[in-house]
Design a protein around this ligand. Structure first.
Ligand code: PLP
Length: 378
C-alpha cells in the first residue's frame, strides 16, 4: 500500500459488529471477563483500548514500523524513551532542539544521573567526537525546531548502528508524509501527534514508532506501569486528522515555499531559515532525505531587535500568535520567549537562536491572503 492509501486505511478495519467505517470511540475504563484473565485482548484501559490500538496501527503503518505506541503527549513519549535508560548512561542530542525536550533532558533526567552532550549534529564529526563508552542513545530532531537545520539521519545511524547505540528521531516537524526515519536506519521515531498528525489544533498526544523488539517491550511495560496514556476521544481525533495528513501537508508545503521565497526577497527581512531555499546550508541533504521541505519557516528582521520582532508578531491577523504548529491554521511565534523560553539565553545564542527570531507554522489558507497579512505587518 502506498502512503496516501495507508493514511486512510492502515489498521482501519470496518468495525465488526456494526460495519462502522470509522473506529468507534471505546469510552470505557474496563472490559468484562468470562473468567479471570479470559478476555478479548483488553482487560483495563490504561493497558489498552481499541480506539488507541487503531491509532497505533495507523502510525506504525505510516512510519513503516512494526508497532506504534501512543502516549498522552509528545513529551510523555520522549519521557518514556528516556526512562529506558539507567543512571550513568550518556545521550547525544542536537543543540537546536524543541525547548520542552531540552527542559526534560536537563531539568528532569540529569537529576537521575543521565548525562547529555548537546552538539551541532549537522556536523557529523561533532557527533562522532561526542561518542563515549557509555553512550546509549542518540536523539535527533530534523528539521530542528526552530532553526530548521537538517541532520543526516543515515550518516548518524551509520555511527550508532555499528556501536549498538539506540537512535531516535523526533519526526514532528516533517511528519511521516515527508520523512520516514526508520527507512534511513533509525531505531525509532517519536511524534508530537499534537502537530501535523492531529492537524487541527484540537488534541494533545504523542507516539513512538519502532520495530526494535526490546524497545517495544520496554515501552509497553511503561504504558502499563507509568500510565501516560491518551484517552479514546483524543485517539479518535488523531485518527480523524491523519486521514487528511497528505492533502493538508501538501498544501501547507506549497504555501510555505511561496512564503519563504517572498520573505527572502523582502527588503525588511534579514535571514530566512527554510530547507527548501537554495541558500539553506543543508538544502541538498533535505532534498535527498525528505520528500519535500516542510511547512515551518523561521526568519529574522533586518532590524534585528526583539522590540521590532514583537511589534511584527502583534500586527498579523491571519497568522495567530500562539504556541504549537502543524494545524490547518497559520501560526506565528517567538521561540526565544515561548517554545524555547526554558533554554538559558547563553545556550540559545550559542546554538544560533537569537531573541529576534520569528517562527511561522504555515497552514492551508489561501497563500495570497497569508502573504498580504505578512506584508501589512511589515
Ligand atoms: N517535539 C517537538 C519538535 C515539538 O515541537 C513539541 C511541541 O511543541 C514536542 C516534541 C512536544 O510535544 P507535546 O506538546 O505534544 O508534548
Amino acid at each position: 500500500m502506498k502512503f496516501n492509501t495507508k493514511a486512510i486505511h492502515a489498521g482501519q478495519k470496518n468495525e465488526e459488529t456494526t460495519g462502522a467505517v470509522m473506529p468507534p470511540i471505546f469510552q470505557t475504563s474496563t472490559y468484562a471477563q468470562k473468567a479471570p484473565n479470559d478476555h478479548q485482548g483488553y482487560d483495563y484501559a490504561r493497558v489498552g483500548n481499541p480506539t488507541r490500538t487503531a491509532l497505533e496501527k495507523m502510525i506504525a503503518g505510516l512510519e513503516e514500523a512494526d508497532e506504534g505506541i501512543c502516549f498522552s503527549s509528545g513529551v510523555a513519549a520522549i519521557d518514556a524513551v528516556m526512562k529506558t535508560l539507567r543512571p550513568g548512561d550518556h545521550v547525544i542530542s542536537t543543540n537546536d532542539l524543541y525547548g520542552g525536550t531540552y527542559r526534560l533532558f536537563t531539568q528532569i533526567f540529569e537529576n537521575y544521573g543521565i548525562k547529555f552532550s548537546f552538539v551541532d549534529m549537522t556536523n557529523i564529526s561533532e557527533v562522532e567526537n561526542a561518542l563515549q563508552e557509555n553512550t546509549k542513545l542518540v536523539w535527533m530532531e530534523t528539521p530542528t525546531n526552530p532553526l530548521l537545520r537538517i541532520i543526516d539521519i543515515e550518516a548518524v545511524t551509520n555511527l550508532t548502528n555499528s556501536r549498538n547505540i539506540l537512535s531516535v528521531v523526533d519526526n514532528t516537524f516533517a511528519s511521516p508524509y515527508l520523512q520516514r526515519p526508520l527507512t534511513l536506519g533509525a531505531d525509532a521515531v517519536m511524534h508530537s501527534t499534537t502537530k501535523y498528525l492531529g492537524g487541527h489544533s484540537d488534541v494533545i498526544g504523542g507516539a513512538v514508532a519502532t520495530s526494535n523488539k526490546d524497545l517495544i517491550e520496554k515501552l509497553r511495560f511503561q504504558v502499563k506501569t507509568c500510565g501516560a496514556v491518551p484517552g479514546p476521544m483524543d485517539c479518535y481525533l488523531t485518527i480523524r486528522g491523519i486521514k487528511t495528513l497528505s492533502v493538508r501537508v501538501q498544501r501547507s508545503v506549497e504555501n510555505a515555499k511561496k512564503i519563504a521565497t517572498h520573505l527572502s526577497e523582502h527588503p525588511k527581512v534579514g535571514k530566512v531559515f527554510y530547507p527548501g531555499l537554495d541558500s539553506h546550508p543543508q538544502h541538498k541533504l533535505a532534498a535527498k532525505q525528505m520528500d519535500d521541505f516542510g511547512a515551518m519557516v523561521s526568519f529574522s528582521l533586518k532590524n534585528d531587535s526583539i522590540e521590532k520582532a514583537s511589534e511584527f508578531m502583534s500586527k498579523t491577523d491571519i497568522f495567530t500568535l500562539a504556541e504549537s504548529l502543524g494545524g490547518v491554521e497559520s501560526l506565528i511565534s517567538h521561540p526565544a520567549s515561548m517554545t524555547h523560553g526554558s533554554i538559558p539565553k547563553d545556550v540559545r545564542e550559542k546554538a544560533g537562536l537569537k531573541d529576534s527570531l520569528i517562527r511561522l507554522s504555515v497552514g492551508i489558507e489561501d497563500v495570497d491572503d497569508l502573504i498580504k497579512d505578512l506584508n501589512q505587518a511589515f
